[in-house]
Design a protein around this ligand. Structure first.
Ligand code: HEM
Length: 329
């Protein structure tokens, strides 16, 4: 979730003074963590607002989560679950923002930007750090809720159950979670190294970092997939699910623009015959990437226009197809 080009890479910024002997990697991470504070504070405010919204909906009887899992009809008891959901939403929103910024920075350069490119790059880095924290908080609150829930077990078993169901791929073995939880884990476990590698790029080489960093789009796709599959607040074919699908259109459009007109000349797709060194497989892969991006844009438009978005009908009676097959307490 960090920029493809950095001031350091293209040599446009001045070097740190010779007296500063600190490794540049550490300077940047510390500075970015400090710079992320306003951004992270905004994320806390957004999370709190989402939490209150979900809490109020549960209290009023409008909660889709309760429609899917009727035993949860008690926000006072299930507040940690609601907080986990709220962190999930702020995490996804921040992931959306940081991916959009990354694509803006690595795609066709807009003629005019309201802020400097360096400010955008810094914002991309700080929102990326905040996203990792929000994703982790979402998973941790889910683990905490599981620990609370398993009250009949001894403490060691409770802690293990919460940890394993949340963090060990393949451990969670009920309902839709058998697929959806590993998707979320995949997103979380990829996001952290792919995001933090930026700060050691002087050791691994800028090219290696750049190549690996590209896979961050996979993190985003896994996050959205996980949400569409498992989020009970987008379980039914109602407005929240429609909004979630709609939000993916600008991402797909920017991704397509970034692939068609990358900021870095070396990434442009020339004619295959003119390329040196038998690079045809690479050319085919890059061309396939562009075709796939077009297919994604068309697919998203079809989903939004047709309304076939995978949402279920909200039943008049409580659902019998809960994603989490918990027994009522
Ligand atoms: C260890 C990794 C993860 C675990 C164990 C996990 C667990 C869960 C669970 C159990 C739900 C269902 C909540 C519900 O009933 O609605 C859920 C939903 C959700 N998750 Fe995750 N998740 C993980 C990673 C992620 C990541 C990386 C994101 C990206 C930001 C994410 C975003 C969301 C969102 C937005 C929802 C929808 C919540 C709602 O419907 O209100 N999750 N996750």
């Amino acid at each position: 979730m960090l920029p493809e080009t950095t001031p350091e890479d293209d040599g446009t910024t001045t070097q740190p003074p010779a007296r500063d002997r600190r490794p540049p990697d550490r300077v940047v991470l510390r500075a970015d963590l400090r710079a992320a504070l306003p951004d992270a504070s905004a994320a806390v405010v957004v999370t709190a607002a989402v939490f209150m919204f979900l809490y109020a909906r549960m209290e009023s009887g409008d909660s889709a989560t309760v429609a899917v899992m009727p035993f949860m009809d008690d926000p006072g008891t299930y507040w940690m679950y609601l907080l986990s959901q709220a962190f999930g939403w702020s995490g996804l929103l921040w992931a959306w923002g940081t991916v959009m910024l990354g694509l803006l920075l690595s795609g066709p350069r807009p003629a005019r930007l309201p802020v400097s490119r360096q400010a955008l790059e810094r914002l991309h880095r700080t929102t990326s750090l905040t996203t990792m924290a929000l994703m982790s908080a979402h998973a941790l609150m889910f683990a905490a809720e599981l620990v609370r829930y398993e009250a009949q077990l001894a403490w060691a078993e409770r802690l293990w159950a919460g940890f394993a169901d949340t963090f060990v791929p393949g451990w969670y073995d009920s309902g839709t979670g058998r697929i959806a939880i590993p998707l979320g884990q995949g997103a979380l476990y990829l996001a952290i190294p792919l995001g933090l590698l930026f700060y050691v790029r002087h050791r691994i080489g800028a090219n290696t970092w750049r190549r690996l960093h590209r896979f961050v789009i996979v993190v985003y796709v896994l996050s959205v997939w996980h949400t569409l599959l498992y989020g009970t607040n987008v379980w039914y074919g109602e407005w929240p699910r429609t909004v979630l699908w709609l939000l993916q259109l600008p991402v797909a459009a920017l991704l397509l623009a970034r692939l068609l007109r990358p900021a870095r000349r070396a990434e442009r797709l020339g004619a295959p015959t003119r390329r040196e060194g038998g690079a045809l497989p690479g050319w085919v892969a890059r061309a396939a990437g562009r075709v796939a991006a077009v297919a994604v844009v068309v697919g998203l438009l079809l989903v939004v226009v047709s309304g076939h978005d995978g949402g279920r009908e909200r039943p008049a009676e409580p659902s019998s197809t809960s994603p989490h097959v918990h027994e009522p307490e």
